[in-house]
Write a protein that binds this ligand. Structure first.
Ligand SMILES: *Cc1c(COP(=O)(O)O)cnc(C)c1O
Length: 382
């Protein structure tokens, strides 16, 4: 078992992805961790729990394995796995108190904005939404009650790049925490703790699982204790925990994460370059392109530019929808990070409050051969 952080830190990411949190099963010799469905665990005659588990809401061997692995992958001290990315996000805000204030990006994940506006504003948590690519707006939004800056980069769906080291510096100076939604990057493409973040949130539904068949989330903390202790209390008390089977599936998915993300990044770069040169394309948003306004920061803070991009098609919403309708390899569906390439018209899924341009299509590059993806796009763009 590659358990201790000292071991984990010495190994490279690919090796951690395969080994962290895993051990050969002591009882059976099974190479793959068994799925433990038991909801309850036996006490010793003296009342203690000899294996450290008492009841499945508080902890389970599959969840421990996944949390150990995710903490080591991000380079954090502790992780808490949830039933969805949104449950993980909610746990961070719940760990704050009514009367506190949060600064979040105007173009944060749509569900995060909804949580802040529909659930946490009535609860007493105030939020100021700013354009985080303009850090002066963060400075201006700080109040004595500010406890947390929430950041997400690249943004959805325009892939704007926020300078995380700069935001971390603002947070540190102001004495507030920085939480980063690292879902679009995974620890392979971007390492928020190395840039000064305190908390990382993931929708493991996306790249970490990588197979479009688990809904899950996680919070990872650079240091144990503090707000993370409250997140862990909310996890076990509130009970929005990841199931043993879901933990097992995400742990399986993580093994191939570094290899998947490298392949997806290579293909995304090729697709973005093709689209940028196409006469029926108005704009391509991909941080790997030199034309991208955040390219210089992305080069500095991202290890890989990732598998997500968006494209604005000439001819407005009608032509964008028609183009998506002509594709054969790309599935028209929301979500991202799976083996199959997906395309989505963001404005229609987000509804009337959307900030997405009407002619914008968001693309998640899968593991197909990039030439096949480009052929499909070329035929659909006509
Ligand atoms: C999908 C996603 C979420 C929400 O995660 P769920 O697992 O769907 O609840 C949060 N942030 C980002 C960036 C996402 O892509």
């Amino acid at each position: 078992m590659v358990g201790g952080m000292a071991d984990g830190e010495r190994m490279r990411l690919e090796t951690r992805a395969v080994h962290a949190g895993r051990a050969v099963d002591a009882a059976t010799g099974a190479v793959t961790l068994p799925i433990h469905l038991s909801t309850t665990f036996e006490r010793d005659p003296d009342g203690s729990f000899p294996h450290g588990y008492s009841y499945a809401r508080s902890g389970n061997p599959n969840r421990t394995a996944l949390e150990t692995c995710l903490a080591q992958l991000e380079g954090g001290a502790a992780a808490a796995a949830f039933a969805s990315g949104s449950a993980a996000t909610a746990a961070i805000f719940q760990a704050l108190a009514p009367g506190d204030h949060v600064i979040a990006p105007l173009d944060a994940y749509f569900g995060t904005i909804r949580l802040l506006q529909e659930v946490f504003a009535p609860w007493g948590l105030a939020t100021t939404f700013v354009d985080m690519t303009d850090t002066a707006q963060i400075d201006a939004a700080l109040r004595p009650a500010t406890k947390l800056i929430w950041s997400e980069t690249p943004s959805n769906p325009l892939l704007k790049i926020t300078d995380l080291a700069r935001v971390a510096q603002i947070a540190r100076t102001a004495g507030v925490l920085l939480a980063v939604d690292n879902t679009w990057c995974s620890p392979v493409a971007q390492r928020p703790f190395e840039l000064g973040a305190d908390l990382v949130m993931h929708s493991t539904t996306k790249y970490l699982n990588g197979n479009s068949d688990v809904l899950g989330g996680a919070v990872i903390a650079r240091e144990a204790g503090g707000l993370m202790e409250r997140v862990q209390m909310i996890q076990s008390t509130g009970g929005a925990v990841a199931s043993p089977f879901d933990c097992w599936l995400v742990l399986r998915g993580v093994r191939s994460l570094p290899a998947r993300l490298r392949a997806q990044t290579d293909s995304a770069m090729q697709v973005a370059t093709f689209l940028e040169g196409h006469p029926n394309v108005e704009a391509v948003h991909y941080p790997g392109l030199e034309s991208h306004p955040g390219h210089a920061i992305a080069r500095r803070q991202m290890r890989l530019f990732g598998g997500m991009l968006s494209v604005q098609v000439r001819g407005g919403e009608r032509e964008a929808m028609a183009m998506a309708g002509r594709l054969r390899l790309f599935t028209r569906a929301t979500s991202l990070g799976g083996a199959e390439s997906l395309i989505e018209h963001r404005a229609s899924i987000e509804g009337p409050d959307t900030r997405s341009p009407a002619n914008l299509l968001r693309i998640s590059i899968g593991l197909e051969h990039p030439d096949d993806l480009i052929d499909d796009l070329a035929a659909a763009l006509m």
